[in-house]
Ligand binder design. Structure first.
Ligand code: GLN
Length: 490
């Protein structure tokens, strides 16, 4: 920052604005998510409990995949049409409207609200992250990483508070009050962002590569065509009476794999991509694939691990059993504690010229997430062999500790890396791609989680642990080759 300008913990003043916006946005998101499954089971779906639970888990996974997939068109809108600044504002308003719509007690309002939140999050999430990168334009790589660590704290402060407050209100008072409170949080985000934007300088003001009218027409036509095909397929399915939510789950899982492939091909074919950028995108493909595996495992916390917590852990303190959902706050709490420690560790290692490279950090992340499922495998075996069928909750705390350490090696690093490797004109879209890795991971675990019952806990978790550790070792071995593609980017 220039001399005399106020700073935010030593970071650009605009960081305070983005920090607060993202904190409230994540509060609303994780608050809504904390009660989504429970609300579906209790108030929206019909039929026997077991069926409702399975369906709710399916909808939950698909919805996560949809929201993170929306980050790609969201990034595109910022790069080509509006600039990130406006995309975040409009996205924020749409998200707030979405939560308030969920606050209305009606089934239709429920699905409209979810759709609004997906569209708004697609506009907001990748572009606010790209703007964080924009604040550090021309500054050393380590400072940018530190900026993303700070930003990651914001995410997790919101993520820690939300299940406690929204979860409590939703479960114990009224579902719709819970959703409404998430909406109030998002309204804070928007007001604060509108007022604080003046600190953002020129960051995100203009689209990086404005679209030509002809391209706009072409794109609209393509979008209309594919949307038409999707709606037609759904209508035929409904008309034939063969419709099943599984069809949507399967289509999305396929899309989760196909969309990134098409997307990378499109970027590689874009004439605006320079010869210098090309190898960087090639390197990015490898980071992408690794991140997919990481999030595939990580995001089972909200589904299978929560069900494990519910059925197979002893959660009594004194005579009182705490709710399984409280374990959802364990990861954000650990992030808040570990993020500054990891940031300081990287800086300390850097001063000795020993900071691990980004590929090495990704490899470590895979070993840690693999390790976490190794622990889960043992926990599953212990539960199966115990008389009560239950194990101590410390198993899950150990699992979450390993996962959170892995997250620290991959998630803030990946955000920062995406803004560094992305050619200027594609920042929003590469950010969208980064979140697409989460979407693909969730789409895939919609399938893998089905193996849990037939395989049993011990085999199910150990199998994935082995895959993750193998991926980590492969990434470590290939590290030097990948670094060579990155053209000096650390
Ligand atoms: N918990 C982080 C967030 O909400 C990471 C999410 C992700 O990239 N999958 O931003």
């Amino acid at each position: 920052p220039s001399s005399g300008e106020q700073t935010f913990f030593g970071h650009p003043r605009g960081m305070a604005t983005l920090f607060m916006t993202e904190m409230w946005e994540r509060f609303s998101w994780y608050g809504m998510r904390a009660i989504l499954t429970l609300y579906l089971v209790a108030a929206v779906l019909d039929g026997p409990l077991e069926g409702r639970e399975a369906l709710a888990a399916s909808i939950y996974g698909v919805y996560n995949a949809v929201v993170y997939m929306a980050a790609m068109p969201g990034g595109w809108v910022a790069d080509r049409l509006w600039g990130a600044r406006k995309a975040v504002l409009v996205g924020g308003i749409i998200i707030a409207l979405g939560h308030f719509t969920l606050a209305l007690p009606s089934d239709i309002a429920f699905f409209v609200g979810l759709a609004l939140i997906a569209a708004g999050t697609g506009l907001l999430k990748p572009n606010i992250s790209a703007m964080v990168g924009g604040l550090y334009e021309g500054q050393p790589s380590a400072r940018r990483d530190a900026g993303f660590t700070l930003f990651y704290m914001a995410i997790n402060i919101g993520g820690l508070a939300a299940p406690l407050l929204v979860g409590y209100l939703g479960e114990h008072v009224n579902w719709h009050l819970g959703f409404g409170v998430a909406g109030v949080g998002m309204t804070f985000a928007v007001i604060q962002y509108a007022i604080g934007s003046k600190h953002l300088g020129d960051v995100g003001k203009l689209p990086a590569k404005p679209i030509s009218p002809e391209e706009r027409r072409k794109t609209l036509r393509k979008v209309a065509l594919w949307a038409g095909i999707a709606v037609a397929a759904l209508l035929i399915d409904l008309a034939l009476g063969t419709y099943d939510i599984e069809h949507i789950v399967n289509v999305l899982a396929v899309l989760g794999v196909v969309v990134p492939i098409i997307y990378f091909i499109t970027i590689f074919r874009d004439p605006a991509l320079t010869a210098e950028d090309r190898p960087k995108i090639k390197a990015y493909v490898w980071f992408f694939i690794t991140a997919v595996l990481f999030w595939m495992i990580y995001d089972q916390s909200g589904s299978l691990l929560t069900i494990f917590a519910d059925n197979k852990t002893d959660r009594f303190i004194g005579g009182w059993e705490f709710p399984a959902s409280w374990l959802q706050s364990v990861n954000p709490a650990m992030v808040i504690i570990l993020a500054p420690i990891f940031a300081a560790l990287w800086v300390k290692l850097a001063t000795r010229n020993r900071e691990p490279s980004t590929p090495m950090k990704f490899a470590l992340a895979m070993l840690l997430i693999g390790g976490s499922f190794g622990i889960m495998g043992l926990a599953g075996a212990a539960a199966a062999n115990s008389d009560t069928g239950k194990v101590t909750v410390f198993w899950l705390l150990a699992v979450y500790l390993a996962q959170t350490m892995g997250e620290m090696c991959l998630s803030p690093v990946g955000l920062s890396l995406s803004t560094k490797l992305a050619p200027k004109m594609f920042v929003g879209q590469i950010m969208g791609l980064w979140f697409l890795a989460t979407s693909t991971g969730n789409a895939l675990n919609g399938w893998t989680t089905k193996l849990n019952a037939p395989l049993g806990d011990a085999a199910y978790y150990t199998l994935q642990a082995v895959v993750a550790v193998a991926a980590g070792i492969a990434f470590m071995v290939a590290g030097r080759k990948i670094r060579a593609l990155m053209g000096g980017v650390k």
